[in-house]
Design a protein around this ligand. Structure first.
Ligand SMILES: Nc1ncnc2c1ncn2[C@@H]1O[C@H](COP(=O)(O)OP(=O)(O)OP(=O)(O)O)[C@@H](O)[C@H]1O
Length: 492
């Protein structure tokens, strides 16, 4: 047994005492052994300790991918009813993709679990990932990358809204099953758990044959937390954002500890490029070597153009390959992985990159009056952007939103390299109406806020400090704090 392994009962007690209360927990239960064990363990502990002011509810996602899944969900509903726990069945409706079905099912599962949590008034979600899942994940990732993986996190913020916590992450499946047998409780066996067409199943079989390599994951997590905290400090001292679109790393910021540089540049690439993950190992090696090299030059990595100059490293989204997004009235969506857009107007609108367009209304990203399309020149370049404040759409219909006193001395232009700023503007969002000319009123009703692709869907607690500092740099709302008093006995 791993030195980190914990008995399921002990793990649950430690988890409950780490929570801020009163709290309502939604248990994500498939009906398999791990999640049935989680529900019964929590129910037992919550009933034994009413003073903790913890209540439970539960949800099952019916992926509707195989015959019998609806019956299984009903079996789970019956179990919850017998315990007096409110339960929702959430069915994955609509078309299912032919390829990448596992990833799509996972995306849908978490969205539906969050919907259930909202409907049942829960404050957080728990899933029943175990130490066995952790070993499998580490083994799978280990094959793909040399980077030390943080594996499955014990706390992840989903969609900026709900924290997903994993109380059984240090307990073994065998111990959970022993608890269920002791209670005389059964569970549903998912046939896909035995299907060797899935890599995870093959890894599981191999690990149970070899015993599996032990990893001290808590130590890896602590290291990652420390790098994220250093990354947040680095943002304070060495990073500037211009116009919400152009990043600048000061020269001193490039002469830093290698691990920190790797972390910050990787995450900034993902944020500016609108991608959920930092570039792979080989690309990061190239980028860090380039950034530390000191010779003025340009390179593109992960859809981001890096422009190294004497006064620092400028980065912005490359203007190629930016797909348009059409939103109907009332619709919301993410454009280019970089902006969350909401259409509060009465007509269909299209959001696309500024580059190459001639009759679009450019959008203000920070409260600066945007340049007119085709009119980028020195006088449109801000000397230094004011603190972002108004993230709404801005039309260029001669209604400047910026008060004269907010303008920088010397006008828009001075201070930034013209080519870098031009590139940034080319990747900025521009709004047009589908059928009719866009009015100033419609443009006002399109709301755009920065979206951080590596953090806004799934944010692990390890990246929380850095992501929060970055949201301050972009003047967006801070991320919700984990609803915990402590993690692993350590006060947070
Ligand atoms: N159909 C479901 N309904 C509700 N909860 C589920 C469902 N499937 C999985 N879960 C929850 O997620 C946990 C992990 O399940 P599983 O190992 O199948 O997911 P995974 O795909 O490996 O993990 P992840 O979702 O993090 O990628 C389960 O223990 C359970 O708490």
């Amino acid at each position: 047994m791993s030195p980190e392994a914990r008995s399921p009962r002990e793990a649950i007690l430690q988890f409950l005492s780490s929570l801020q209360s009163p709290v309502r927990i939604l248990v994500a239960i498939s009906g398999g052994s791990d999640s049935t064990g989680l529900l019964l363990l929590l129910d037992e502990a919550v009933k034994a300790a009413p003073h903790l002011k913890i209540s439970l509810c539960a949800a099952t996602v019916d992926h509707a991918l195989r015959a019998g899944s609806a019956d299984e969900a009903r079996e789970v509903a019956a179990l919850c009813a017998s315990l007096g726990i409110a339960h929702a069945i959430m069915t994955w409706q609509g078309d299912k993709p032919i390829t990448g079905i596992m990833a799509a099912a996972r995306e849908a599962r978490y969205s539906l679990l969050a919907e259930a949590a909202e409907a049942l008034g829960a404050d957080l979600i728990v899933t029943a990932h175990t130490l066995d899942d952790q070993r499998e994940t580490l083994a799978m990732r280990g094959m793909r990358t040399e980077e030390v993986s943080t594996g499955i996190a014990d706390a992840v913020l989903f969609d900026r809204h709900f924290w997903i916590l994993r109380p059984l992450l240090f307990s073994s499946r065998a111990d959970i099953r022993a608890f269920l047998s002791e209670q005389g409780a059964g569970w549903i066996d998912d046939p896909s758990n035995e299907d060797v067409k899935y890599e995870r199943v093959r890894i599981r079989q191999q690990l149970s044959a070899d015993g599996g390599a032990e990893a001290n994951i808590s130590a890896v997590w602590d290291e990652r937390l420390a790098v994220s905290a250093k990354g947040a400090e680095w943002l304070d001292h060495h990073f500037k954002l211009h116009g919400g679109l152009l990043g600048q790393v000061m020269p001193e910021g490039l002469r830093q500890d290698r691990a920190v540089l790797d972390y910050v540049l990787g995450r900034l690439t993902a944020v500016f490029g609108g991608q959920p993950f930092a570039p792979g190992r080989a690309q990061m090696e190239r980028l860090v070597a380039f950034a530390a090299g000191g010779e003025p030059a340009r390179m593109t990595v992960g859809r981001v153009v890096f422009d190294l100059r004497r006064d620092g490293l400028y980065l912005t989204r490359e203007s190629r390959g930016i797909l348009p997004l059409v939103l109907q009235p009332g619709e919301a969506g993410v454009w280019d992985g970089r902006f969350e857009a909401v259409n509060r107007s009465a007509i269909d609108v299209r959001i696309e990159a500024q580059s190459g367009r001639s009759s679009l209304i450019p959008v203000l990203v920070t409260g600066i009056q945007p340049p007119r399309v085709g009119a980028v020149n020195d006088s449109t370049i801000p000397k230094e952007s004011p603190a972002p404040k108004d993230l709404g759409a801005l039309d260029s219909c001669d209604i400047p939103r910026v008060k004269p006193e907010d303008r920088n001395e010397g006008g828009w232009g001075a201070g930034l390299p013209k080519a870098a700023w031009k590139r940034a503007i080319a990747s900025a969002p521009a709004i047009s109406a589908q059928e009719v000319p866009l009015s100033a009123e419609t443009a006002e009703a399109i709301h755009l806020t920065p979206y951080f692709a590596p953090f806004d869907r799934f944010l692990t607690r390890f990246d929380f400090i850095f992501a929060n500092r970055l949201s301050a740099v972009f003047a967006t709302a801070p991320y919700a704090r984990p609803p915990l008093r402590s993690i692993d006995g350590k006060t947070i």
